[in-house]
Design a protein around this ligand. Sequence first.
Ligand code: ZN
Length: 206
Amino acid sequence: MTQQQQEDPYEGKVLVFQCRACFNIVGDSTFWVTSHRDLRTISLSRATQVEIIEQAIETSKAGVDEGCTYRIFRCAYDACHILLGRKYITTTASLDLMRDVWSFSADAVVTYIVGSAETPISEGLDCQAQIRRLYDVQMMVLQTKADTTEEIQRIDEEVQQIGRRLVSLEGLMKKYLQKEGARSEIQNNGVNHSEGQRHAWKAIQE
Ligand SMILES: [Zn+2]
């Protein structure tokens, strides 16, 4: 278990943390509390443009934070909302510093060193493009889900329509069969129902 309490890898420099997907500024190193190598987190006492959407309290099931409880927080930018990290509610003694602060996943943020005029650097394992791709996939899945729901609704309506048509066809069929039944009864009684012959028979009667 390793916790680099108060350890700043960019000593003397101010760092700005940005959401990896949309580059929204989410915090800076003036609020630095701690970082954790095993958890791959950067904890800040204050953050900006982040939000807790899901109120559910989760419990870590494995790893160094096993048994700790937390709420996840996300990027507050409207079109983004990617998961940025955890806000621990209860922790083990060794993770005390991480309680009630904003612990960003290192993979969810990019870091800009103030005064460097350099492209923000990635603390995470994956490249930025990968996160963007994941975000795109997430959007695609959501869209597919919406499309599928629409498709299911459309099919359901069609099935209902077919059902209604079947019912009316059944009615027509019943009427037809009743008529046919009556006709064959007449035929069986020796009466010919052919139109021409019926007219002829009527004419004879008159
Ligand atoms: Zn974002």
